[in-house]
Structure formats: C-alpha cells, structure tokens
Design a protein around this ligand. Structure first.
Ligand code: ADP
Ligand code: MG
Length: 450
C-alpha cells in the first residue's frame, strides 16, 4: 500500500521535475513505509538523500497531503535494503543505486520553482537580483566572477538557479553547470580515487558558465581548494562566466587561501541583506498564491501573512516552511487558514524565531556607535547629534524586535507611540537619499544580529 502510494507520487513528480531529474534523484528512492506522520524512504547514498530532502521535500509532502496522508515529515535511510522482507520493494534494481554523479556533465538538478519570475525583489536583494539578471542575459562577460553572499535562506541558491534556467532557455547550446561546492569536492575525490583526474579537469574546463554554490564549504579542504583555484583560473582565462555563492564575503571565509579569496573579489561582490518586513510580506503573498493554486484554492487571511512577516524574521526558508505547513494542515481539516490556527500549528517555529535582540541592546549599541551617552538617548535633548541616533535606535527597534510602538515608546523614556512612528518614518525616508546613514544602519544591524 505504501509502495503504491509512493509509485503514484513518483509518477507525478516525474511530470514536475522532468525526466532527467526524476531519473537521477527520485527513481532511486525506495519507500520503506508510511506511518502516521512520517514517510520513510531509502536513498542509495546519503548524498542523494540529502539532495532530495533539500530540493524535493516540500513537493513530496504536498503530494502526500493531497492524496490524503497526514504526513508531516520525510525521513531517509541510506544504503542497501535491510533484511526485512516485508518492507523491501522488489522494484528497485541494485544497479539503480549508483550515485547520479556518474553521469558526465550533469550538475545538480535545478528546481523548477527557482526561476526569476518567482523571485520577489525588494530593497535588501535588489542589487544581487540586478547582477544575476545581467549574468543571465549571457552577453559579454563584464564582471567575473559574480560573487553572491548572504545568510542562510536569503535567496542565493534561488538566484543562481534562476540564472541557469534563463540561460538554458535562451541559449540551449551553452554548457551551464550548476553545482554545490560539496558536489565539486565529491566529484574531485571520486576522480582522484578512480584515477580520472584528467577527465575531471577537461570536464570542468569545457563549460561555458560555471556556478558553484556555498563555496565556503571547500575552505580548509586543501587539495579541493587547489583544484577549484585552477579550474577557476582556467575558465576566467577563457573568458567564461563564473558565479559563486557563499555565506559570507570572500575575505571573511575562514581557512580559505588568500590567493583564492583575492581572486574571488576580482569581479563583482554583492550581498543579500537580511529581509525586511516589506520583502517578507511580498514573498509570503507570492508563495501563498502559489500554494493556494496547488491546494485547490484554500484562502489565507492577509492578517495571517502580516503576522508571519512580522514574527518570522530574516530566513525565507523558514517562512516558506511555515506557510507550507499551514496549507497542508488547512487542507487536512478542511478549514480556512486563520490566526488561531497559526498559533496552534506553528508554535515551535514562532518560539524559535523569537528575536533575541532587545530594545535596550539596540539603544546601547547605537549610543556607542554614535558616541553619545545612553542617558541622552533616552532623555529629552533635541539637538541633531542626539536626536538622529535616537531615531536610528527607534527604527532598529521596530525592525529587529517584535515590540509594538507603544512598548518601544515606553523604553525610550516614556515617549508616545506617535513619536516613535515619526522617528521610524523619518529614518526610512532619509535612508533612501543618505547613503552614509544607510550604511550605518546596515552595519548596526549586523552588529546586533551577530
Ligand atoms: P540560500 O541559498 O541563500 O540559503 P535559497 O535560495 O535556498 O537561500 O532560499 C531559501 C528559500 O527561500 C527558497 O525556497 C527560495 O525560493 C526562497 N526565497 C528566498 N528569497 C526569495 C525571494 N526574494 N523571493 C522568493 N523566494 C525567495
Ligand atoms: Mg543555498
């Protein structure tokens, strides 16, 4: 019964992810069982399991939920089937269990959802988006590499895959290779083991566009770094476009060789800033529309979206997971998504995303940064040198904590909420034209969030 359900889902996934992705990632999976809320799959290797988990987890869940299963999680086991005859599915031939890396120039599978049309642009990511767009036009190489960096779940992988899709569509003759640094290493080690290092080199040097995701992964892995460096240089010399992502700026990646880090900075380095409220709301609206389509038109209150955008800061992946869970839950119980449901259904996520920064910390840091006294920040003085930092602190309190305006007002020496609102608006407005102020705020934000 479980095996049949899985076979059905596997078929549907084939249509969604395409034949070759299906062959590489979905077909090798074997269903062990479905119990109350867990689907257990066996993957031929941890590598494949991790890939599927990262890239297809939500899709698999959505299908299960649609076919009436209350599953909330997919677990993977690795390696050959255990000797339990009741759970072994005969349909998986042993030869299938080879890792898909054996295929010649196959990169990681691209996720059909990660296209430009699904990427919501806001102030925190507009530069990165513009740069990615430029690369995706595939014209003359103007900056090499494009180096995208930023925290987890801010859209690095999304932008890279969007570039790959776009190039594939507009110039199918181009060899575009997208893979994670982890896969790069995996292939490299495999080539060393199989004594096929020349093949490896030729392969990587023959691509037109190389995209390596999460490059921080190879830091400290000496021979992989070395090989990456040579690949990188060879491609740059041939004027082939390279796109790299990492979780931090090149110079800040620990144990990355200095010559590599300086090479990586030769092109255009852009960062994805932490999301702000407006961007989160925009993303939620877009995703809610998409979910609503695949869940047969379930309605979600705008208030729910606003609540989520407010409470779940910064990581878009978690935001998306929360929404996914709400839709799955709502389709199970056949009710609209309401704020009450949010509290019940997402209590774990809401707890763990409670922001740790306090208004007091913000006041202290901002006062220190602008070299003013904390007592002045809270006191009545209205000179510009005091009032401006005070407004910045109000603004950051609104952005980084979940305190309401009256609550913030109380912490600013008992000010009225309209005063806080005025301060917040003022800073929002000034940020647009005053680049110094804008940079100060970004720096402070980072200090506070780290
Ligand atoms: P990163 O690689 O930076 O860790 P991802 O690109 O994997 O982050 O993004 C995490 C999830 O959030 C993905 O599902 C992605 O589609 C989504 N996401 C991130 N930023 C955006 C955005 N601006 N618009 C729409 N979806 C986004
Ligand atoms: Mg990523």
């Amino acid at each position: 019964m479980a095996a049949e359900t899985w076979a059905g889902i596997s078929d549907e996934l084939r249509r969604e992810v395409g034949e070759s992705n299906h062959k590489s990632w979905i077909a090798p999976l074997e269903c062990i069982e479905i119990n109350d809320d867990v689907l257990r799959l066996r993957a031929p290797s941890r590598f494949v399991g991790d890939w599927v988990k990262r890239n297809y987890h939500d899709q698999i869940l959505a299908h299960l939920n649609r076919s009436g299963h209350g599953v909330t999680r997919v677990d993977f086991e690795f390696g050959a089937a255990r000797a339990n005859p009741t759970v072994v599915s005969p349909s998986v031939a042993p030869s299938r269990s080879r890792a898909p890396m054996d295929d010649a120039l196959q990169g990681a599978p691209l996720d059909a959802k990660l296209r430009f049309e699904n990427f919501v642009v806001g102030k925190p990511n507009e530069l990165a988006h513009a740069a990615a767009r430029r690369v995706s036009e595939g014209g003359e190489v103007t900056f090499n590499p494009l180096f995208l960096y930023g925290g987890v779940g801010l859209g690095k992988t999304h932008l890279m895959q969007a570039i790959a899709w776009e190039l594939q569509d507009s110039q199918p003759e181009l060899q575009v290779l997208y893979l994670s640094a982890e896969q790069f290493m995996y292939r490299f080690v495999q080539a060393l083991r199989d004594r096929q290092i020349m093949d490896f080199k030729n392969l990587f040097r023959s691509v037109d566009v190389l995209m390596v995701d999460d490059v921080q992964f190879i830091a400290g892995k000496d021979s992989t770094q070395e090989e990456f460096f040579h690949t990188f240089n060879a491609l740059v010399d041939q004027n082939k476009q390279i796109v790299i992502s990492a979780d931090r700026a090149p110079g800040e990646i620990k144990d990355l060789e200095a010559r590599i880090s300086s090479r990586l900075q030769c092109g255009l380095v852009v960062d994805l800033h932490p999301t702000n409220y407006e961007l989160r709301l925009g993303i939620l609206q877009r995703k809610a529309d998409l979910f609503a389509q695949s869940y047969g038109g379930i309605k979600i209150d705008r208030g729910v979206l606003e609540f989520l955008a407010h409470r779940i800061a910064s990581n878009v992946r978690i935001l998306e997971g929360a929404l996914q869970r709400l839709f799955a839950f709502s389709s199970l119980i056949g009710q609209e998504i309401t704020l009450d449901m949010v509290q019940d259904c997402l209590s774990d996520i809401l707890r763990s995303s409670d922001r740790r920064v306090t208004v007091e910390e913000i006041q202290r840091k901002v006062a220190e940064y602008y070299s003013i006294r904390l007592s002045d920040m809270l006191g009545p003085k209205r000179t510009r040198t005091i009032a401006r930092p005070r407004q910045v602190a109000m603004y950051l309190s609104k952005e980084l904590t979940s305190r309401s305006l009256p609550e913030i007002g109380r912490r600013f020496g008992g000010r009225d909420h309209t005063t806080i609102l005025h301060g917040v608006r003022k800073v929002e407005e000034m940020r647009l034209s005053d680049t110094q102020l804008d940079e100060d705020i970004e720096l402070l934000r980072r200090l506070l969030e780290s």
